[in-house]
Design a protein around this ligand. Structure first.
Ligand code: NAP
Length: 294
């Protein structure tokens, strides 16, 4: 068997197009504010894409860039000001923050109605309770990708590797909300190969390059590889690197029914889901009705 590749780029482009269509029907353009502290190069690249895609979807973008040595109190004050600003619909605080800043205290200053990353205690609580709310973007992207396969999710066994606040826990709760039977595994779990082989839907999110072996994959399973790992690629030249996922792709693709590549799988869904959350947050806060489904 050879897996069907789930084209995350195409699914994300479709979602971004639907977001742009929805924005065009609204009485005003939503505004997304991104707060970044410091010069982490990966975060800078990511923030630039967010700004570009926000504008491409017809929305306003505000970019708050603070030096790495900004005191925590000042960062909190900026987030609080954005929370209080009626013109701002969504706020994203780019993580990780410099070491002297407690991200939890910064997130606590964020109005949950504008929490488009779904990371505040309120958003996490709503997800845990199965109540409506803004969902974390990468996990929401995983669920959309699983739904695009057309496979029935209800009653299927979803195994999530990783229990982080950012990915593992919320993705597990989202698949539980989709009526999957969910197992969360982590670094202390026993016999990961056997756990993985029992998965109809396997979602590795651990940040370990090609950790999940091909023969850990149940034949026909849906594999959603969240991991993004940069590894040396001597075949491309000295000092060259490439991105790989948490799954040994070729061997896993030989057994899986569906699989996401890295790059081009789960990754592109994150910004698309962020844009969707910004529209949903704007509509909920401003009492706007969406004329198209998102
Ligand atoms: P994280 O905070 O470092 O969490 C990693 C999780 O994996 C932890 O729960 C850890 O278990 C578990 N783990 C680590 N080694 C393990 C092992 N050998 N066996 C079983 N479990 C193990 O990472 P994260 O933020 O969740 O990110 C995970 C991966 O997803 C990274 O590669 C990251 O780059 C990627 N990511 C991608 C996107 C995207 O596609 N846009 C977004 C976010 C993250 P313990 O809790 O027991 O320590």
């Amino acid at each position: 068997m050879s897996a069907t590749v789930i084209d995350g780029k195409a699914v994300a482009a479709d979602l971004r197009a639907r977001v742009a269509q929805a924005v065009a029907t609204l009485p005003g353009a939503p505004t997304l504010a991104v707060v970044i502290v410091g010069e982490d190069p990966a975060s800078q690249v990511y923030v630039r894409s967010k700004v570009r895609e926000t504008k491409a979807a017809g929305m306003h973008s505000r970019h708050v860039e603070l030096p790495a040595d900004t005191p925590e109190a000042d960062v909190i004050a900026r987030v609080r000001a954005l929370s209080d600003d009626p013109a701002v619909d969504g706020i994203l605080v780019q993580l990780p923050m410099p070491a002297h800043i407690d991200a939890q205290r910064v997130l606590a200053a964020l109005d949950p109605a504008k929490d488009v990353d779904g990371l505040t205690d309120t958003s996490a609580g709503r997800l845990a309770l199965g109540r409506p709310g803004l969902r974390p973007c990468t996990p929401a992207g995983c669920l959309i990708l699983a739904q695009t396969t057309g496979e029935t999710l209800a009653g299927r066994h979803a195994v999530v590797l990783g229990r982080s606040i950012l990915v593992g826990r919320p993705v597990a709760l989202l698949f539980l909300g989709a009526d999957c039977t969910v197992t969360i595994a982590h670094s202390r779990s026993k016999d990961l190969p056997a756990l993985c082989r029992s998965a109809d839907i396997l979602i590795p999110a651990i940040g370990r390059p090609e950790f999940v072996q091909g023969d850990w994959v149940k034949p026909g399973a849906v594999v959603l590889d969240v991991g993004i790992n940069r590894v040396p690629a001597p075949d491309l030249g000295a000092d060259k690197t490439r991105l790989v996922g948490d799954v040994a792709y070729d061997a896993a693709a030989a057994r899986a029914g569906w699989i996401t590549p890295v790059p081009g799988g789960v990754g592109p869904m994150t910004i698309a889901c962020l844009l969707r959350n910004t529209v949903l947050a704007a509509c909920a806060r401003r009492g706007w009705a969406l004329s198209t489904g998102l």
